[in-house]
Write a protein that binds this ligand. Sequence first.
Ligand code: 5RP
Length: 274
Amino acid sequence: MDWGMKNRLSRIIKPPTGHAVMLAVDHGYFMGPTHKLEEPRKTIEPLLPYSDAIMCTRGVLRTSIDPKTSVPIVLRVSAGASVIGETLTNEATTTSFRDAIRLNAAAVALSIFVGTQHEHQTLKSLGQLVNLGEDYGIPVLAVTAVGKELEKRDARYLGLACRIAAEIGAHFVKTYYCEDFEKVVKGCPVPLVVAGGPKLETELDAFELAHNAIADGAIGVDMGRNIWQSEHPVAMITAIREIVHNGASVREAQQAFEEAKKTKTPVLAKTPIR
Ligand code: 5RP
């Protein structure tokens, strides 16, 4: 791996721990003004100091994130479907690589829909994006997205999708946590981060998800709704950081969450984030 590629990746996956807490705020690209992300700047700004990277679209980046930030951006470059459309899987590359460079993206992200009618087009897009990523030293995050029609989130399906993404050349992969997740990790030769998925019933459930994913070999999370749909988003990301960077147990994370809730600006986890 060339210097630029390694340098950009290490801005996201922090060298002291080899782990990452990415904040996903790209949901609007197919969900519109999702609950608690109606005004992106209001949601994102308080969470910026606690995020190792922000995953967003160019629209939200240009309108809602201060360009003076030092937080690396993982720029979503695929889109083309919506929650009210026929299918979520009909995506293409909608942001050019040139624009990603102009925006100083630390990485670019694209969804693949393995096992759907749009498998071929999304995998081909991934290949093209990796070719450009290799040309310019910008890492590619493949998102093993699950369409409406693909409710299955088992290790066999996710393992297949993650491995295909890595074989095509993705530098890291985002997927979902599932039973036997260690099998997904084992079959994927590049780092994996997990999404949180729809908001879980309790904070504890989200801590468990993050804890189990890390224990099974994920290098971090790329979490959205379970953080910013919480009543206490800053406390939530602080506790998730404790799990991801400092090996906190679920109980310790819950304690960190309760502590952070009492503080306006919780002290950062021991691990420096920049
Ligand atoms: C959709 C995405 C989202 O960023 C992803 O789902 C992460 O957010 P959440 O934790 O809310 O699921 O990539 O394809």
